[in-house]
Each structure stands twice: as C-alpha cells, then as structure tokens.
Design a protein around this ligand. Structure first.
Ligand code: 4NP
Length: 144
C-alpha cells in the first residue's frame, strides 16, 4: 500500500486489509513515495478513525518505498495518480510495472480514481478515506 507520506492513507489501507484477512494468507505492508515522515507514527487522525473501527495502526512507522519492494511484493497498490507515476518511474522491467495498480480500480475498474489526500483537511476527510479504503479492501480480500 503506497501513498505520498505513508502517514495518512496507506497505513489505513494496510490496517484495513489486514483486518479482513487471516494473518498467514498474505504479507501486507505500506510505504510512501516521499521520505519526510520516515520513522513517524501514522497521523493521529488516521489512528483515531482506525481505532473507531476497532483497527489498531499505532504500531506502524512510516518508511519510503524502496526498489526491493518490487521483489518482495506481488502487488503494489497506490492511492493516487501521482503515486502511480512515481512508483512506475522506479520500475526496472515489465514485471515491476505490471505490479503497480491504483487501488480504487478495484471498485471501479479502469477509471483510475484517486483516494483523496486528507492531510490538509479535517476529520471528515479521514472518515471518507476510511470508508473508501474499506470498500476497496473488502474486494481485495475477497479475491485473495
Ligand atoms: P499521505 O498524506 O500521503 O496519505 O500519508 C500526506 C501526508 C503528509 C504530507 C502530504 C500528504 N505532507 O505534505 O507532509
């Protein structure tokens, strides 16, 4: 699960998908395309909205996406178009490229919709992001 800062959207996506899966079925991780929050906890507003939904994401720490992630993961879900462009630009070959998917295409295939960045908004934005990611992760979990 990849977003820009790895403190708002992708930690939620990781926590939500994990909550829908048996722990041994897949390894889920999250990362950001930028490094300015490396080592930080998720944004308190993401921790709160997750907690309200009985999901604990407070054990996550932000990290930057690394090339090795292309080797370590079968699918790389990105939250928005900017992440999509940035992660694809790091790909080394067709196999890497084919792993990068926009997460909301799980709900509406081929529309390339973005999960809105809630960082500069209020709590409502985080509620909205939770709802959207919950829907996408339900579909991903069903496929797994
Ligand atoms: P995220 O949100 O990409 O969902 O983690 C953001 C977090 C931090 C910043 C931007 C977006 N920032 O500019 O610091």
């Amino acid at each position: 699960m990849v977003c820009l800062g790895n403190i708002c959207r992708s930690p939620l996506a990781k926590g939500i998908l994990q909550s829908k899966l048996n722990s041994n079925i897949a390894i889920i991780d999250s990362a950001g395309t930028a490094s300015y929050h490396t080592g930080n906890l998720p944004d308190i507003r993401s921790i709160k909205v997750a907690s309200k939904n009985l999901i604990d994401i407070s054990n996550q720490r932000a990290r930057k996406f690394i090339i090795k992630d292309f080797d370590n993961f079968d699918v790389i879900f990105v939250m928005d178009e900017e992440n999509y462009i940035n992660i694809r630009s790091l790909s080394r070959n067709q196999s890497d490229l084919s792993k990068v998917k926009m997460i909301l295409n799980e709900i509406n295939p081929n529309l390339n919709e973005s999960v809105p960045d809630p960082y500069y908004g209020g709590d409502q934005g985080f509620e909205n992001v939770f709802k959207i990611l919950d829907e996408a992760c339900t579909i991903i979990a069903q496929k797994l």
